[in-house]
Design a protein around this ligand. Structure first.
Ligand SMILES: [Zn+2]
Length: 156
Protein backbone atom coordinates (compact mmCIF):
# COMPACT_ATOMS: atom_id res chain seq x y z
CA UNK A 1 0.00 0.00 0.00
CA UNK A 2 1.37 3.41 -1.01
CA UNK A 3 1.21 6.54 1.06
CA UNK A 4 0.90 10.05 -0.31
CA UNK A 5 2.18 13.32 1.00
CA UNK A 6 1.89 16.94 -0.14
CA UNK A 7 4.97 19.11 -0.02
CA UNK A 8 4.62 22.83 -0.63
CA UNK A 9 7.32 24.90 -2.26
CA UNK A 10 8.06 28.58 -1.62
CA UNK A 11 6.65 29.56 -5.02
CA UNK A 12 3.25 28.02 -4.21
CA UNK A 13 3.61 24.85 -6.24
CA UNK A 14 2.91 21.60 -4.47
CA UNK A 15 4.54 18.23 -4.93
CA UNK A 16 2.43 15.13 -4.57
CA UNK A 17 4.80 12.56 -3.22
CA UNK A 18 4.14 8.85 -3.27
CA UNK A 19 5.91 6.63 -0.81
CA UNK A 20 6.23 3.34 -2.60
CA UNK A 21 6.83 0.22 -0.53
CA UNK A 22 10.33 -0.99 -1.08
CA UNK A 23 11.66 -4.45 -0.50
CA UNK A 24 14.52 -3.93 1.91
CA UNK A 25 15.40 -7.56 2.27
CA UNK A 26 14.32 -11.09 1.55
CA UNK A 27 14.68 -13.68 4.24
CA UNK A 28 14.71 -17.46 4.15
CA UNK A 29 11.63 -17.80 6.37
CA UNK A 30 8.95 -15.78 8.16
CA UNK A 31 10.40 -16.25 11.63
CA UNK A 32 13.68 -14.69 10.57
CA UNK A 33 11.88 -11.87 8.73
CA UNK A 34 9.72 -11.10 11.78
CA UNK A 35 12.80 -11.01 13.95
CA UNK A 36 14.41 -8.42 11.66
CA UNK A 37 11.12 -6.48 11.50
CA UNK A 38 10.93 -6.40 15.28
CA UNK A 39 14.48 -5.14 15.45
CA UNK A 40 13.73 -2.40 12.92
CA UNK A 41 10.49 -1.42 14.68
CA UNK A 42 12.37 -1.09 17.93
CA UNK A 43 15.16 0.95 16.44
CA UNK A 44 13.29 3.28 14.10
CA UNK A 45 10.68 5.73 15.38
CA UNK A 46 7.61 6.73 13.27
CA UNK A 47 9.50 9.65 11.74
CA UNK A 48 12.00 7.24 10.31
CA UNK A 49 14.80 8.66 12.40
CA UNK A 50 17.33 6.24 13.70
CA UNK A 51 17.15 6.13 17.47
CA UNK A 52 20.01 4.56 19.32
CA UNK A 53 18.93 2.12 21.95
CA UNK A 54 18.38 4.01 25.19
CA UNK A 55 20.34 2.41 27.99
CA UNK A 56 18.17 1.35 30.87
CA UNK A 57 18.57 3.64 33.87
CA UNK A 58 20.78 1.99 36.39
CA UNK A 59 18.89 0.77 39.38
CA UNK A 60 20.88 0.45 42.56
CA UNK A 61 21.56 -3.09 43.64
CA UNK A 62 20.09 -4.27 46.90
CA UNK A 63 23.58 -4.09 48.38
CA UNK A 64 23.92 -0.45 47.42
CA UNK A 65 20.47 0.28 48.84
CA UNK A 66 21.32 -1.30 52.15
CA UNK A 67 24.54 0.72 52.20
CA UNK A 68 22.54 3.90 51.66
CA UNK A 69 20.13 2.94 54.42
CA UNK A 70 23.03 2.17 56.70
CA UNK A 71 24.34 5.68 56.07
CA UNK A 72 21.32 7.13 57.84
CA UNK A 73 21.73 6.24 61.50
CA UNK A 74 18.62 4.92 63.12
CA UNK A 75 17.57 5.91 66.62
CA UNK A 76 18.67 2.48 67.78
CA UNK A 77 22.15 2.88 66.33
CA UNK A 78 22.46 6.30 67.99
CA UNK A 79 21.49 4.78 71.34
CA UNK A 80 23.86 1.87 70.96
CA UNK A 81 26.65 4.25 70.00
CA UNK A 82 25.94 6.61 72.91
CA UNK A 83 26.01 3.69 75.32
CA UNK A 84 29.51 2.75 74.14
CA UNK A 85 30.76 6.32 74.43
CA UNK A 86 29.18 6.74 77.86
CA UNK A 87 31.04 3.67 79.06
CA UNK A 88 34.26 4.99 77.54
CA UNK A 89 34.36 1.99 75.26
CA UNK A 90 34.58 4.16 72.18
CA UNK A 91 36.02 7.64 71.55
CA UNK A 92 33.32 10.09 70.49
CA UNK A 93 35.22 10.89 67.29
CA UNK A 94 35.24 7.22 66.26
CA UNK A 95 31.58 6.85 67.16
CA UNK A 96 30.70 9.86 64.99
CA UNK A 97 32.72 8.44 62.10
CA UNK A 98 31.03 5.07 62.46
CA UNK A 99 27.62 6.69 62.18
CA UNK A 100 28.75 8.87 59.30
CA UNK A 101 27.90 12.11 61.06
CA UNK A 102 30.06 15.10 61.92
CA UNK A 103 31.73 15.28 65.30
CA UNK A 104 29.77 18.41 66.21
CA UNK A 105 26.48 16.79 65.26
CA UNK A 106 27.35 13.75 67.31
CA UNK A 107 28.46 15.79 70.31
CA UNK A 108 25.23 17.81 70.26
CA UNK A 109 23.05 14.74 70.09
CA UNK A 110 25.12 12.97 72.70
CA UNK A 111 24.84 15.91 75.10
CA UNK A 112 21.05 15.96 74.67
CA UNK A 113 20.89 12.22 75.22
CA UNK A 114 22.98 12.43 78.37
CA UNK A 115 20.88 15.26 79.71
CA UNK A 116 17.68 13.31 79.16
CA UNK A 117 19.21 10.28 80.78
CA UNK A 118 20.00 12.20 83.96
CA UNK A 119 16.36 12.29 84.97
CA UNK A 120 16.27 11.60 88.71
CA UNK A 121 15.70 7.91 89.21
CA UNK A 122 12.17 7.28 90.29
CA UNK A 123 11.24 4.29 92.36
CA UNK A 124 13.88 2.01 93.73
CA UNK A 125 15.46 0.69 90.54
CA UNK A 126 18.87 1.98 91.58
CA UNK A 127 18.22 1.30 95.26
CA UNK A 128 17.39 -2.36 95.01
CA UNK A 129 19.97 -3.32 97.57
CA UNK A 130 18.75 -0.74 100.05
CA UNK A 131 16.09 -0.72 102.74
CA UNK A 132 14.20 2.09 104.42
CA UNK A 133 15.05 2.38 108.08
CA UNK A 134 12.16 1.26 110.30
CA UNK A 135 12.66 4.27 112.61
CA UNK A 136 13.81 7.22 110.55
CA UNK A 137 12.86 6.11 107.04
CA UNK A 138 16.33 6.80 105.74
CA UNK A 139 17.44 4.40 103.05
CA UNK A 140 20.40 2.28 104.07
CA UNK A 141 22.23 -0.85 103.04
CA UNK A 142 21.08 -3.68 105.29
CA UNK A 143 23.51 -6.13 106.81
CA UNK A 144 22.79 -9.60 108.25
CA UNK A 145 22.79 -8.33 111.86
CA UNK A 146 20.91 -5.13 111.10
CA UNK A 147 18.05 -5.75 108.70
CA UNK A 148 15.60 -2.95 109.49
CA UNK A 149 17.54 -0.14 111.16
CA UNK A 150 20.04 2.23 109.63
CA UNK A 151 23.49 2.54 111.16
CA UNK A 152 22.50 5.56 113.18
CA UNK A 153 19.26 4.10 114.60
CA UNK A 154 20.86 0.70 115.16
CA UNK A 155 23.56 2.29 117.23
CA UNK A 156 21.17 4.30 119.41
ZN1 LIG B 1 17.36 5.14 111.01
Amino acid sequence: MSEYLLKEHDNGSVDLIEYVPTVVGTFPNRIFAERVLAALDGAINPDGVWVPAIPKPETPTSKEVSTLIAMVPTEASWMASFALVAKNQKPMKDAADALGVSFNQYRGKYAAWKKNRKVPATGSTSLDDREDCRLCGKSFRPSPDRMDLCAKCGRD
